[in-house]
Design a binder for this molecule. Structure first.
Ligand SMILES: *Cc1c(COP(=O)(O)O)cnc(C)c1O
Length: 354
């Protein structure tokens, strides 16, 4: 079986080796050292200043999105959400559940997020912008420089769900003025699911997080941040995934995160050229290096089923209204060019047999 998914993805041999070992006890100086190194290497990989705070949550990405919202904002403020698909919609749902007033910039499928569309929401005294840098449900990569400039001009905090963009596309915490960046273990890091990492700028930590009651015990940033000063977490962490993370971050430090992005970019471009040569169509909006969406109306669901059943190749199906329209082919994790040749020839055979 080969995974062309967006998470969990094909893991690297070194990760699998770590995942097969007995876990250590974690309230020890040795484990604290691993945690502090994880923090340092993670911050380096996102170009964040040393004083940036980090939270390691034993939770999938959605909990980290929710935690970011409740630790940084209150019911007395208004937020702007970019809703260009199911992950953007999720930020809206989180605000609704916690009764935090918010407006949504709804981006219909197929349209590109432009400065003009953003401009309609300028000067409205929003406290912050919530955005999924790569909206994984469509594959659209938003322009981080444009979002960053918009937030600076409108005096808004910038909260970036970079879960599927980290390691795939350019993220520069300091240069892009990001206040909160959310990353999860099962995407480009290619680790087991269940760990989320959140970088919190000094500015938002001091001015918001420290001043706000999150209303949650498990997800409270203050206790996580205080514990991490000594390399610990308030509750039992995902010990195994944190050890997997340590090895991956050492690898990324050696290779360079830019090199990692470049390699994923090359894979994505290689596959997109093959697709177009064979007459498959892909959307025209800007794409993340993390995945390639392929438009297959009305047989996208059928394509997914046949690839899985007849060829043992697992691509990413779409949910809801998009299920007959789009499949998504991941480039995350341990993938090679040959994998995409194999996939494309299977896709052609399925198409012929329809
Ligand atoms: C995968 C992903 C998430 C996390 O979803 P979970 O199922 O909670 O792990 C959040 N945002 C984006 C953009 C994602 O790609």
């Amino acid at each position: 079986m080969k995974l062309f998914t967006v998470g969990p993805v094909e893991m690297f041999p070194a990760t699998l080796e770590i995942a097969g070992k007995q876990l250590p006890y974690f309230r020890t100086p040795e484990f604290s050292k691993v945690m502090l190194e994880n923090k340092e290497m993670f911050l380096e990989s996102i170009y964040a200043p040393e004083e940036t705070e980090v939270v390691f949550l034993t939770a999938s990405g959605t909990a980290a999105m929710e935690a970011a919202v409740i630790n940084c904002f209150t019911k007395e403020e208004k937020l702007l959400v970019i809703n260009g698909g199911s992950f953007g919609a999720r930020f809206g749902e989180i605000c609704a559940v916690h009764q935090i007033p918010h407006d949504e910039l709804v981006l219909p499928f197929g349209e590109t997020l432009t400065r003009e569309k953003l401009e309609a929401f300028a000067g409205k005294e929003y406290a912050g912008l919530l955005v999924n840098l790569h909206e994984t449900s469509t594959g659209q990569l938003y322009d981080i420089k444009m979002l960053s400039a918009f937030c600076r001009e409108n005096n808004m905090y910038l909260v970036v769900d970079g879960i599927s963009a980290y390691g795939a596309d350019e993220i520069n915490f300091e240069k892009h003025g990001i206040d909160v960046l959310i990353v999860s273990s099962q995407k480009a890091l290619a680790l087991s699911p269940g760990l989320s990492i959140i970088a919190v700028s000094k500015k938002i930590y001091e001015n918001k997080v420290m001043m706000i009651s999150s209303g949650s015990l498990y997800l409270d940033f203050k206790s996580h941040i205080n514990n991490l000063r000594r390399g610990q977490t308030p509750f039992t962490p995902a010990v195994g995934i944190l050890l997997e993370l340590h090895e991956r971050l050492e690898q990324i430090r050696k290779t360079g995160i830019l090199q990692m992005q470049q390699e994923m970019h090359d894979l994505a471009v290689y596959f997109r050229e093959l697709l177009q040569k064979k007459g498959f169509s892909i959307p025209e909006y800007p794409l993340s290096n993390a995945l390639t969406p392929v438009m297959l109306y009305p047989y996208a669901k059928k394509m997914y089923d046949c690839l899985k059943e007849d060829y043992d190749l697992v691509v990413t199906p779409s949910g809801g209204e998009m299920s007959d329209e789009l499949i998504r082919i991941g480039h995350l994790g341990c993938m090679r060019k040959e994998d995409y040749k194999t996939l494309l020839s299977a896709m052609e055979k399925v198409r012929e047999a329809l």
